[in-house]
Design a protein around this ligand. Sequence first.
Ligand code: PHE
Length: 345
Amino acid sequence: MDIHAVSSQIDLDIQQVDSFEALEEFRLRYLGRKGILAELTSVIPSLSKEERAVFGQQVNALKNKLLSLVEDKQKSFSVSPEKRRRTSSDLGMPGLAQELGHLHPLTQITDEICAIFSRMGFTIVEGPEIETEYNNFTGLNIPLEHPSREAFDTFYLKEKTEGGKQKTEKLLLRSHTSPVQVRVMKKHKPPLAIVVPGRVYRPDAVDASHSFMFHQIEGFMVGKDIKFSDLKGILAMFAKAVFGEEIKMRFRPHFFPFTEPSAEVDISCIICKGQGCSVCGRKGWLEILGSGMIHPNVFKQVGIDTKQYTGFAFGMGVERIAMLKYGINDIRLFFENDLRFLRQF
Ligand code: PHE
Protein backbone atom coordinates (compact mmCIF):
# COMPACT_ATOMS: atom_id res chain seq x y z
CA MET A 1 0.00 0.00 0.00
CA ASP A 2 1.48 3.35 -1.03
CA ILE A 3 1.60 5.62 1.93
CA HIS A 4 1.51 8.77 -0.20
CA ALA A 5 -1.60 7.61 -1.99
CA VAL A 6 -3.24 6.99 1.39
CA SER A 7 -2.26 10.46 2.55
CA SER A 8 -3.85 12.17 -0.46
CA GLN A 9 -6.94 9.97 -0.13
CA ILE A 10 -7.23 11.23 3.47
CA ASP A 11 -7.11 14.83 2.25
CA LEU A 12 -9.96 14.12 -0.15
CA ASP A 13 -12.05 12.15 2.33
CA ILE A 14 -11.88 14.67 5.14
CA GLN A 15 -13.37 17.30 2.86
CA GLN A 16 -16.47 15.13 2.45
CA VAL A 17 -17.02 14.92 6.22
CA ASP A 18 -19.93 17.21 7.05
CA SER A 19 -21.50 15.68 10.17
CA PHE A 20 -20.66 13.92 13.42
CA GLU A 21 -21.80 10.64 11.87
CA ALA A 22 -19.59 11.08 8.82
CA LEU A 23 -16.67 11.99 11.05
CA GLU A 24 -17.13 8.86 13.09
CA GLU A 25 -17.22 6.80 9.93
CA PHE A 26 -14.02 8.53 8.73
CA ARG A 27 -12.31 7.89 12.07
CA LEU A 28 -13.21 4.22 12.00
CA ARG A 29 -12.12 3.82 8.40
CA TYR A 30 -8.63 5.13 9.13
CA LEU A 31 -8.02 4.79 12.83
CA GLY A 32 -10.30 1.90 13.74
CA ARG A 33 -9.00 -1.45 14.99
CA LYS A 34 -9.30 -2.91 11.48
CA GLY A 35 -8.72 0.44 9.80
CA ILE A 36 -6.19 1.46 7.20
CA LEU A 37 -3.63 2.66 9.75
CA ALA A 38 -3.74 -0.70 11.51
CA GLU A 39 -3.28 -2.39 8.18
CA LEU A 40 -0.18 -0.27 7.44
CA THR A 41 1.25 -0.94 10.88
CA SER A 42 0.82 -4.68 10.44
CA VAL A 43 3.30 -4.83 7.55
CA ILE A 44 6.12 -3.24 9.57
CA PRO A 45 7.47 -6.49 11.09
CA SER A 46 7.94 -8.00 7.61
CA LEU A 47 10.24 -5.17 6.43
CA SER A 48 14.02 -4.99 6.51
CA LYS A 49 15.64 -3.00 9.26
CA GLU A 50 16.29 0.11 7.13
CA GLU A 51 12.88 0.06 5.48
CA ARG A 52 11.31 -0.39 8.85
CA ALA A 53 12.80 2.85 10.24
CA VAL A 54 11.61 4.99 7.32
CA PHE A 55 8.20 3.37 6.94
CA GLY A 56 7.58 3.43 10.69
CA GLN A 57 8.18 7.12 10.76
CA GLN A 58 5.84 7.69 7.84
CA VAL A 59 3.08 5.66 9.46
CA ASN A 60 3.52 7.61 12.67
CA ALA A 61 3.31 10.93 10.86
CA LEU A 62 0.15 9.73 9.13
CA LYS A 63 -1.38 8.79 12.46
CA ASN A 64 -0.67 12.24 13.90
CA LYS A 65 -2.13 13.87 10.83
CA LEU A 66 -5.32 11.80 11.17
CA LEU A 67 -5.68 12.57 14.86
CA SER A 68 -5.38 16.29 14.37
CA LEU A 69 -7.77 16.25 11.40
CA VAL A 70 -10.41 14.44 13.46
CA GLU A 71 -9.93 16.84 16.36
CA ASP A 72 -10.21 19.93 14.16
CA LYS A 73 -13.36 18.64 12.47
CA GLN A 74 -14.90 17.82 15.79
CA LYS A 75 -14.28 21.35 17.04
CA SER A 76 -15.77 22.84 13.90
CA PHE A 77 -19.01 20.93 14.52
CA SER A 78 -19.39 21.83 18.19
CA VAL A 79 -21.11 25.10 18.86
CA SER A 80 -19.33 27.27 21.39
CA PRO A 81 -21.30 27.82 24.61
CA GLU A 82 -21.29 31.51 23.87
CA LYS A 83 -22.79 31.02 20.42
CA ARG A 84 -25.39 28.60 21.80
CA ARG A 85 -26.47 31.19 24.35
CA ARG A 86 -26.86 33.75 21.62
CA THR A 87 -29.02 31.56 19.42
CA SER A 88 -31.15 29.50 21.82
CA SER A 89 -32.98 32.06 23.90
CA ASP A 90 -35.18 34.76 22.58
CA LEU A 91 -35.87 37.23 25.33
CA GLY A 92 -38.86 38.54 23.42
CA MET A 93 -40.65 35.17 23.45
CA PRO A 94 -43.59 34.68 25.81
CA GLY A 95 -42.60 32.52 28.81
CA LEU A 96 -43.77 28.96 29.40
CA ALA A 97 -46.77 29.06 31.72
CA GLN A 98 -46.21 27.04 34.91
CA GLU A 99 -49.57 25.64 35.87
CA LEU A 100 -49.89 25.20 39.61
CA GLY A 101 -52.16 22.47 40.87
CA HIS A 102 -54.03 22.50 44.14
CA LEU A 103 -55.59 20.07 46.57
CA HIS A 104 -58.79 18.27 45.60
CA PRO A 105 -61.89 19.90 47.14
CA LEU A 106 -62.51 16.79 49.27
CA THR A 107 -58.97 16.97 50.63
CA GLN A 108 -59.44 20.65 51.34
CA ILE A 109 -62.70 20.16 53.25
CA THR A 110 -61.28 17.13 55.12
CA ASP A 111 -58.27 19.20 56.20
CA GLU A 112 -60.57 22.05 57.21
CA ILE A 113 -62.80 19.80 59.33
CA CYS A 114 -59.84 18.03 60.95
CA ALA A 115 -58.30 21.42 61.78
CA ILE A 116 -61.50 22.51 63.52
CA PHE A 117 -61.45 19.41 65.75
CA SER A 118 -57.73 19.62 66.21
CA ARG A 119 -58.17 23.13 67.65
CA MET A 120 -60.61 21.62 70.17
CA GLY A 121 -57.96 19.13 71.28
CA PHE A 122 -58.76 16.10 69.11
CA THR A 123 -55.99 13.92 67.71
CA ILE A 124 -56.17 12.82 64.06
CA VAL A 125 -55.81 9.07 63.51
CA GLU A 126 -56.17 6.94 60.40
CA GLY A 127 -57.12 3.30 59.97
CA PRO A 128 -56.89 0.75 57.15
CA GLU A 129 -59.50 0.52 54.40
CA ILE A 130 -59.30 -3.28 54.50
CA GLU A 131 -60.83 -4.27 57.82
CA THR A 132 -61.73 -7.39 59.73
CA GLU A 133 -65.39 -8.29 60.04
CA TYR A 134 -64.85 -8.05 63.79
CA ASN A 135 -63.73 -4.41 63.80
CA ASN A 136 -66.31 -3.31 61.24
CA PHE A 137 -69.27 -5.08 62.91
CA THR A 138 -68.88 -7.34 65.94
CA GLY A 139 -66.70 -4.99 67.96
CA LEU A 140 -69.27 -2.26 67.32
CA ASN A 141 -72.18 -4.31 68.69
CA ILE A 142 -73.61 -4.87 65.21
CA PRO A 143 -75.29 -8.29 65.47
CA LEU A 144 -74.75 -11.12 62.99
CA GLU A 145 -78.24 -10.74 61.57
CA HIS A 146 -77.92 -6.99 60.98
CA PRO A 147 -78.76 -6.12 57.33
CA SER A 148 -75.60 -4.02 56.88
CA ARG A 149 -73.62 -7.27 57.20
CA GLU A 150 -75.22 -8.69 54.08
CA ALA A 151 -72.96 -9.06 51.07
CA PHE A 152 -75.06 -6.60 49.11
CA ASP A 153 -74.36 -3.90 51.70
CA THR A 154 -70.68 -4.60 52.26
CA PHE A 155 -67.77 -5.52 49.99
CA TYR A 156 -66.33 -8.75 51.38
CA LEU A 157 -62.89 -9.82 50.20
CA LYS A 158 -62.16 -13.31 48.94
CA GLU A 159 -61.32 -15.48 51.88
CA LYS A 160 -57.72 -16.50 52.20
CA THR A 161 -57.00 -20.12 52.88
CA GLU A 162 -53.89 -21.21 54.67
CA GLY A 163 -52.73 -24.78 54.18
CA GLY A 164 -56.19 -25.76 52.93
CA LYS A 165 -57.76 -24.34 56.10
CA GLN A 166 -59.98 -21.30 56.07
CA LYS A 167 -58.56 -18.39 58.03
CA THR A 168 -60.89 -17.39 60.81
CA GLU A 169 -60.86 -13.62 60.16
CA LYS A 170 -63.17 -12.47 57.37
CA LEU A 171 -61.86 -9.38 55.60
CA LEU A 172 -63.87 -6.60 53.94
CA LEU A 173 -63.64 -3.03 52.69
CA ARG A 174 -64.75 -1.02 55.69
CA SER A 175 -68.26 0.35 55.29
CA HIS A 176 -67.70 3.17 57.77
CA THR A 177 -64.86 4.73 59.77
CA SER A 178 -66.28 3.48 63.10
CA PRO A 179 -63.99 0.38 63.21
CA VAL A 180 -61.17 2.79 64.05
CA GLN A 181 -63.01 3.39 67.35
CA VAL A 182 -62.43 -0.28 68.15
CA ARG A 183 -58.80 -0.17 67.05
CA VAL A 184 -57.96 2.91 69.10
CA MET A 185 -59.91 1.95 72.23
CA LYS A 186 -58.33 -1.52 72.30
CA LYS A 187 -54.87 0.01 72.28
CA HIS A 188 -55.22 3.21 74.27
CA LYS A 189 -56.76 4.01 77.61
CA PRO A 190 -59.06 7.03 78.15
CA PRO A 191 -59.13 9.99 78.13
CA LEU A 192 -59.39 9.95 74.33
CA ALA A 193 -60.44 12.60 71.80
CA ILE A 194 -59.93 11.32 68.26
CA VAL A 195 -60.98 12.21 64.72
CA VAL A 196 -60.59 9.76 61.86
CA PRO A 197 -60.80 10.85 58.23
CA GLY A 198 -60.86 8.18 55.54
CA ARG A 199 -62.41 6.32 52.63
CA VAL A 200 -65.28 3.91 53.05
CA TYR A 201 -66.99 1.51 50.63
CA ARG A 202 -70.54 0.33 50.06
CA PRO A 203 -71.92 -1.56 47.05
CA ASP A 204 -74.44 1.15 46.17
CA ALA A 205 -75.50 1.86 42.60
CA VAL A 206 -73.87 5.13 41.57
CA ASP A 207 -76.21 8.10 41.14
CA ALA A 208 -76.25 11.81 41.99
CA SER A 209 -76.12 11.13 45.73
CA HIS A 210 -74.51 7.65 45.94
CA SER A 211 -71.05 6.35 45.24
CA PHE A 212 -69.54 2.92 45.97
CA MET A 213 -66.66 4.78 47.59
CA PHE A 214 -66.92 7.94 49.65
CA HIS A 215 -65.29 9.64 52.62
CA GLN A 216 -66.22 9.89 56.27
CA ILE A 217 -64.87 11.64 59.32
CA GLU A 218 -65.40 9.80 62.56
CA GLY A 219 -65.03 11.49 65.90
CA PHE A 220 -65.19 10.19 69.44
CA MET A 221 -64.37 11.23 72.96
CA VAL A 222 -64.03 8.94 75.97
CA GLY A 223 -63.33 9.95 79.54
CA LYS A 224 -64.77 10.39 82.98
CA ASP A 225 -68.11 12.14 82.98
CA ILE A 226 -68.43 12.74 79.23
CA LYS A 227 -72.06 13.66 78.62
CA PHE A 228 -74.48 14.09 75.74
CA SER A 229 -74.23 17.85 76.31
CA ASP A 230 -70.50 17.63 75.50
CA LEU A 231 -71.41 16.02 72.17
CA LYS A 232 -73.89 18.83 71.51
CA GLY A 233 -71.40 21.54 72.37
CA ILE A 234 -68.61 20.09 70.23
CA LEU A 235 -70.91 19.56 67.22
CA ALA A 236 -72.40 23.06 67.54
CA MET A 237 -68.86 24.52 67.44
CA PHE A 238 -68.08 22.36 64.41
CA ALA A 239 -71.26 23.32 62.49
CA LYS A 240 -70.70 27.04 63.09
CA ALA A 241 -67.07 26.83 62.01
CA VAL A 242 -67.99 25.09 58.75
CA PHE A 243 -71.31 26.70 57.84
CA GLY A 244 -71.24 30.06 59.61
CA GLU A 245 -72.39 31.52 62.94
CA GLU A 246 -76.08 31.77 62.03
CA ILE A 247 -76.49 28.03 61.35
CA LYS A 248 -79.03 26.20 63.53
CA MET A 249 -78.77 22.56 64.60
CA ARG A 250 -81.20 19.91 65.79
CA PHE A 251 -80.84 16.40 67.15
CA ARG A 252 -83.34 13.79 65.93
CA PRO A 253 -83.63 10.49 67.80
CA HIS A 254 -82.25 7.63 65.71
CA PHE A 255 -80.82 4.13 66.09
CA PHE A 256 -77.24 2.93 65.73
CA PRO A 257 -76.14 -0.39 67.29
CA PHE A 258 -72.94 1.18 68.62
CA THR A 259 -74.46 4.23 70.32
CA GLU A 260 -77.24 4.61 72.88
CA PRO A 261 -78.96 6.98 72.86
CA SER A 262 -78.37 7.81 69.20
CA ALA A 263 -79.26 10.87 67.19
CA GLU A 264 -79.05 12.14 63.68
CA VAL A 265 -78.00 15.74 63.46
CA ASP A 266 -79.55 18.23 61.05
CA ILE A 267 -78.53 21.78 60.23
CA SER A 268 -80.94 24.48 59.10
CA CYS A 269 -81.06 24.49 55.29
CA ILE A 270 -78.33 26.77 54.01
CA ILE A 271 -80.27 27.54 50.83
CA CYS A 272 -83.62 28.65 52.30
CA LYS A 273 -82.45 29.31 55.87
CA GLY A 274 -85.09 26.93 57.20
CA GLN A 275 -88.07 28.23 55.17
CA GLY A 276 -88.36 25.02 53.12
CA CYS A 277 -87.08 24.62 49.54
CA SER A 278 -86.36 21.90 46.97
CA VAL A 279 -82.87 21.19 48.38
CA CYS A 280 -84.19 20.34 51.87
CA GLY A 281 -87.38 18.77 50.53
CA ARG A 282 -89.50 21.58 52.09
CA LYS A 283 -88.35 20.47 55.55
CA GLY A 284 -86.01 23.40 56.26
CA TRP A 285 -83.44 20.93 57.67
CA LEU A 286 -80.55 18.96 56.19
CA GLU A 287 -79.09 15.81 57.76
CA ILE A 288 -75.32 16.01 58.20
CA LEU A 289 -74.24 13.22 60.54
CA GLY A 290 -74.99 10.35 62.89
CA SER A 291 -74.02 10.41 66.55
CA GLY A 292 -74.68 9.17 70.06
CA MET A 293 -73.25 8.00 73.37
CA ILE A 294 -70.93 5.01 72.92
CA HIS A 295 -72.84 1.79 73.73
CA PRO A 296 -71.69 -0.10 76.86
CA ASN A 297 -71.37 -3.25 74.71
CA VAL A 298 -68.72 -1.50 72.61
CA PHE A 299 -66.80 -0.58 75.75
CA LYS A 300 -67.04 -4.21 76.86
CA GLN A 301 -65.63 -5.41 73.51
CA VAL A 302 -62.60 -3.14 73.82
CA GLY A 303 -62.10 -3.64 77.54
CA ILE A 304 -62.99 -0.19 78.83
CA ASP A 305 -64.63 -0.06 82.26
CA THR A 306 -68.19 1.18 81.81
CA LYS A 307 -68.43 2.14 85.48
CA GLN A 308 -65.58 4.61 85.13
CA TYR A 309 -65.93 5.90 81.59
CA THR A 310 -68.49 7.25 79.17
CA GLY A 311 -68.07 8.69 75.71
CA PHE A 312 -69.71 9.98 72.58
CA ALA A 313 -69.12 9.26 68.89
CA PHE A 314 -70.22 10.78 65.62
CA GLY A 315 -69.66 10.11 61.93
CA MET A 316 -70.20 12.39 58.97
CA GLY A 317 -69.99 12.04 55.19
CA VAL A 318 -67.38 14.39 53.78
CA GLU A 319 -68.96 14.58 50.30
CA ARG A 320 -72.26 15.51 51.84
CA ILE A 321 -70.74 18.33 53.90
CA ALA A 322 -68.86 19.62 50.82
CA MET A 323 -72.00 19.40 48.66
CA LEU A 324 -74.01 21.39 51.18
CA LYS A 325 -71.29 23.96 51.78
CA TYR A 326 -70.60 24.63 48.11
CA GLY A 327 -74.01 23.90 46.59
CA ILE A 328 -72.84 20.87 44.56
CA ASN A 329 -75.73 18.76 43.30
CA ASP A 330 -73.99 15.59 42.06
CA ILE A 331 -71.52 13.46 44.04
CA ARG A 332 -70.03 12.07 40.81
CA LEU A 333 -68.43 15.47 40.12
CA PHE A 334 -65.88 14.73 42.86
CA PHE A 335 -64.57 11.64 41.11
CA GLU A 336 -64.63 12.47 37.42
CA ASN A 337 -61.48 14.63 37.39
CA ASP A 338 -63.14 17.28 35.24
CA LEU A 339 -60.81 20.26 35.58
CA ARG A 340 -63.65 22.71 34.89
CA PHE A 341 -65.18 21.51 38.16
CA LEU A 342 -61.99 21.10 40.19
CA ARG A 343 -60.54 24.50 39.25
CA GLN A 344 -63.39 26.23 41.10
CA PHE A 345 -61.99 25.25 44.50
N1 PHE B 1 -70.91 4.81 61.38
C1 PHE B 1 -72.18 5.47 61.17
C2 PHE B 1 -72.52 5.42 59.68
O1 PHE B 1 -71.67 5.19 58.87
C3 PHE B 1 -72.14 6.90 61.63
C4 PHE B 1 -71.98 7.03 63.12
C5 PHE B 1 -70.72 7.11 63.69
C6 PHE B 1 -73.10 7.05 63.95
C7 PHE B 1 -70.58 7.22 65.07
C8 PHE B 1 -72.95 7.18 65.33
C9 PHE B 1 -71.72 7.26 65.88
O2 PHE B 1 -73.66 5.61 59.30
